[in-house]
Design a protein around this ligand. Structure first.
Ligand SMILES: Nc1nc2c(ncn2[C@@H]2O[C@H](COP(=O)(O)OP(=O)(O)OP(=O)(O)O)[C@@H](O)[C@H]2O)c(=O)[nH]1
Ligand SMILES: [Mg+2]
Length: 241
């Protein structure tokens, strides 16, 4: 049985973060607006109704904390960054909320960076990856909307991101439409959230591998320090203390 997801709290303002389970083990989902974060949450949950989805970018304007049962860690859906067609003050508000979360979430074990399979690496995504490296936050790269791409294109995108992230691992192709990558993603998220438990389970046989090579674990905390970001990921992100 796959784990289940339950929405426990929605946060709209940085000051509301004090009521959120920031100390509990958690993995956050980050990515540009419209990349497919909420669709991924719904696919993991096996429902279309848990997270709100829209073809119009900028749908998720809050941070949504989902409890993963039975393990008890949290999957955290962040608002998308870089949505251009909204006011500057609105963008700043979201950026502040994301920054407040990333800097205060003591239980944050990793950030799954969602990247659109169809697009060449975007500056905002590279800035997010650089920030994660600088702060020593493990990153899992996930290529969304994989159903829209031919395998050759996916392989090229995987190689591009592996190079950028200086990782031995390939990003995981994922499709909320077909379900491709779902089982593997659950494994990777769980292992990131609860590493000790994953080590205990290490003797268990590996789950089925994806035929297209997607079974390689996606980029995890790279050892090599990255160059400083050209500009901040979502505004000015200060490393966590
Ligand atoms: N073909 C395809 N479309 C997808 C996939 N995932 C998401 N979409 C579509 O992409 C659009 C945006 O999806 P969302 O899940 O709302 O994206 P988001 O990242 O949560 O967006 P914000 O909340 O605005 O940050 C919707 O029209 C989805 O139906 C996918 O795997 N394949
Ligand atoms: Mg969303």
């Amino acid at each position: 049985m796959p784990p289940s997801l339950e929405l426990v709290i929605t946060v709209y303002l940085p000051e509301q973060l004090k009521d959120a389970p920031l100390d509990a083990p958690q993995v956050a989902l980050a990515g540009r607006s419209n990349v497919g974060k909420s669709s991924l949450v719904n696919r993991l949950a096996g429902t279309r109704k848990l997270a709100k989805i829209s073809a119009t970018p900028g749908k998720t304007r809050s941070i949504n904390f989902y409890r993963v049962q039975p393990e008890g860690w949290f999957l955290v859906d962040l608002p998308g960054y870089g949505y251009a067609r909204t006011s500057k003050s609105e963008r700043e508000k979201w950026a502040q909320l994301i920054e407040a979360y990333l800097t205060r979430a003591k239980g944050l074990k990793a950030v799954a960076v969602l990247l659109d399979s169809r697009l060449d690496p975007q500056v905002l995504d590279m800035d997010m990856v650089s920030w994660l490296k600088q702060t020593g936050t493990p990153a899992l790269a996930v290529l969304t909307k994989a159903d829209k791409c031919k395998q050759r294109e996916i392989a090229r995108r995987q190689a591009q991101w592996r190079e950028i992230m200086r990782s031995a691992a390939l990003p995981l192709p994922f499709s909320a439409v077909t379900g491709k990558g779902t089982e593997r993603l659950w494994q990777l998220l769980g292992a990131a959230a609860l590493p000790a438990q994953a080590a205990d389970d290490a003797c268990a046989p590996p789950a089925d591998a994806c035929p297209d090579g997607a079974d390689a674990p996606p980029a995890a905390a790279p050892d090599t320090p990255a160059p400083a970001p050209r500009r901040p990921a979502v505004r000015r992100l200060t490393p966590r203390q």
